[in-house]
Ligand binder design. Structure first.
Ligand code: B12
Ligand code: SF4
Length: 591
């Protein structure tokens, strides 16, 4: 095996989560990850594929996943044994503020001369502060770093200058910080591959499945994500990926869309190798009617048979649902309505009524939508505790209107643990009625070590105290769980187990508050430690079962044949590396 040019590491949100007692709460209940957010950015695979296409050798090690998979996994030993030209660590989601820096420290401890490079949306927002840490040498900003990152690795390999590398923030030998221009912001999303070909190849080549897994349980539920664009046309005030945030902090004025034919090719490749559902994220209707037609016609052409789900920013229309039905075999929809209350939803920047949404759900189900996931959130502008609780009867009425159709699945979760950095609210909290409890990266790192999600939250909205946020999320989750039992979506025994777990979580949160209020220092640490097994048990999932998020999927014989063929091809290329096709990079031979 050649020496890797780059090892990409994904950290758990809190590095030593295995030793700490932290009640993370329902922060990750509605994503496939556990509360340590073990899923790495999809960009790991696009960066690795792009670099390998240009002749570099890249490995991905999902440390968070490895630590979850085995209690005895020794991170220091694993990093000590690595020997790449450079380490890359993502700080894309701010909840990784603690883990990512601790991992960087370990890299520097054992490899003081190996450059450590950070990137991702949070790194881009906090780049100047981040690069000041001793363990961080470079930060690559922006949403499209494949090319600048490749340039940086070639420059590091030949000990060349980095002064002209776009989007780079770095420290010079005298410790001063240099911020290169954020000029690499491609207009399209077409120069990368989103087809998971790198991941499949690397698993076979490196004989290491666990390091590449995106999240715990992926093998049982192999869901993949497809992205239609980088950036967003919408202006939701709490979102760090809004049009405002991209323009102000990531240099992007309009979204970079992926050519619909390329997106179809990505999905066709997934269908060939992976039996699971595909989630198409970032509403593709943003790209206009021509795009919609081309994309759906492409999916029809490949006769896409895995379940496919779409995120839509607004309720889909009848005409559009009819088109989905005409072109697809098994399609589902996900809409984040945020609140049942039209005024609260409008304050979140979404301007449609609950009546319009309800009609749209009726229409989608009429047109054979396999499943409609409806998300509600707490902690958003103008929302009060009563408004959160009122979501439950609104959901009950909605089910009644739909004849208790089990294809509708409603979920509620808090905006947690953090309000997004770079969002309009984060940049201007007073204007939106918020108090921020942390502004800097270091303050967020420290918050992550607090004993419960209530204490970790980086904000408090005017409409609710943090205590009310905690109470109402648990109460509304119990309410929605009961509605699901009434409708028949959960059997009585499962619903009872979920309710019991939520009640226990409420008790645990109170107990942690008591410990925090009545003790300090070592005594507090001891009391929290004594409470750890209970906290660990309750951390798995709170407001719903993870399985509720899953769509059914089945393995077909074609998957087996395609993967055997891939296995032979990759092993052949490993034995004869010169047979691998690469594209020369202009910096490869610069001296
Ligand atoms: C798709 C998406 C998801 C997918 C993630 C799929 C995946 N594996 O990446 C899902 C639905 C699972 C998800 C989950 C979450 N998300 Co999300 N998500 C998005 C969304 C809609 C698009 C992101 C996107 O376009 N990515 C493409 C580009 C930007 O990233 P990328 O290709 O992965 O990586 C590139 C760069 O970021 C950079 N990069 C990334 N890592 C590294 C590392 C190095 C070393 C370098 C050099 C560069 C680099 O280079 C890459 C290649 O160009 C955005 C909103 C938006 N409009 O942007 C929110 C967004 C990114 N998510 C957000 C959040 C908060 C979350 C959650 C924490 C929510 C929660 N509490 O559950 C979880 C975290 C999940 C986890 N890690 O386990 C926030 C992040 C705010 C912040 N700065 O912290 C955003 C901005 C908005 C939002 N609130 O949803 N999310
Ligand atoms: S919440 Fe979704 S629709 Fe709204 S700005 Fe963020 S990514 Fe766009």
């Amino acid at each position: 095996m050649p020496r890797p040019d780059l090892v990409l590491l994904h950290a758990p949100s809190v590095y030593d989560f295995r030793d700490r007692s932290i009640m993370f709460g329902p922060v990750s209940d509605l994503v496939p990850s556990s509360p340590i957010f073990e899923m790495y950015p999809i960009g790991f695979t696009t960066m690795a594929e792009y670099m390998e296409r240009h002749g570099l050798f890249v490995r991905i090690t999902n440390l968070a996943m490895r630590m979850l998979a085995s209690k005895s996994y020794d991170v220091e030993k694993a990093i000590r044994e690595m020997d790449p030209v450079a380490f890359g660590i993502d700080l894309h989601w701010l909840p990784h503020a603690h883990g990512s820096i601790e991992i960087a420290r370990i890299c520097k401890k054992y490899h003081p001369n190996t450059p450590v490079i950070f990137g991702g949306l949070s790194s881009s927002y906090f780049h100047e502060e981040l690069v000041q840490y001793d363990c961080v040498d470079y930060v690559l900003r922006g949403d499209s770093t494949e090319e600048p990152f490749t340039q940086l690795i070639f420059a590091l390999k030949r000990h060349g200058s980095v002064a002209d590398i776009p989007n780079l923030t770095y420290k010079t030998a005298d410790g001063s910080v240099v911020v290169n221009e954020l000029s690499w912001v491609p207009d399209t999303f077409d120069d990368v591959k989103l087809d998971y070909s790198y991941s499949m190849r690397s698993v076979i080549r490196d004989r290491d499945m666990v390091s590449a897994l995106p999240f715990k349980g992926w093998l049982g539920y192999p869901v993949t994500a497809s992205l239609t664009c980088r950036g967003c046309t919408k202006q939701c005030p709490t979102c760090g990926g809004s049009a405002y945030a991209f323009a102000k902090h990531f240099g992007r004025r309009t979204p970079a869309f992926r050519d619909p034919e390329l997106l179809v090719a990505d999905i066709a490749h997934v269908q060939k190798h992976i039996p699971g559902p595909v989630f198409v994220l970032n509403d593709f209707q943003q790209a206009g009617q021509e795009y919609v037609e081309a994309f759906l016609a492409g999916l029809r052409r490949i006769n896409f048979r895995n379940p496919i789900g779409f995120e839509f920013f607004t309720p889909p229309t009848e005409e559009f649902c009819a088109m989905l039905d005409e072109n697809l075999n098994d399609w589902s929809v996900e809409v984040s309505a945020e609140s049942h209350d039209d005024a609260v939803r409008a304050a979140f920047g979404k301007h449609y009524t609950f009546e319009e949404l309800s009609e749209s759900i009726e229409i989608a189900l009429k047109h054979n939508c396999s499943r409609f996931d409806l998300y509600f959130m707490t902690g958003i502008p103008t929302q009060t505790a009563q408004s959160v609780l009122d979501t439950v009867p609104a959901v009950r009425d909605l089910y009644a209107r739909l004849g208790n159709d089990k294809r509708l699945l409603a979920f509620i979760s808090p905006m947690a643990p953090f309000l997004d950095p770079g969002s309009m609210v984060f940049d201007n909290p007073d204007a939106y009625g918020y108090k921020l409890r942390a502004k800097t990266l270091e303050e967020h790192r420290q918050l992550l070590l607090e004993p419960s999600w209530k204490h970790i939250l980086n904000y408090e909205p005017d409409g609710m105290t943090r205590d009310e946020m905690v109470d109402t999320i648990y109460e509304s989750a119990i309410g929605i769980n009961r509605v699901k039992a009434e409708v028949g979506l959960a059997d009585a025994a499962t619903a009872a187990v979920t309710e019991k777990r939520i009640r226990e979580a409420q008790v645990a949160m109170k107990r942690i508050d008591e410990i925090v209020d009545t003790s300090t220092g070592e005594e507090r640490a001891r009391l929290l430690h004594d409470f750890r097994s209970e906290v660990d048990r309750l951390n798995e999932n709170t407001v719903c079962e993870k399985s509720e998020l899953s769509w059914p999927a089945s393995v077909r014989p074609t998957h087996v044949f395609s993967n055997i063929a891939l296995w032979f091809r990759v092993n052949f290329q490993s034995l004869f590396p010169k047979m691998r096709k690469t594209v020369p990079h202009p910096m490869e031979h610069e001296s």
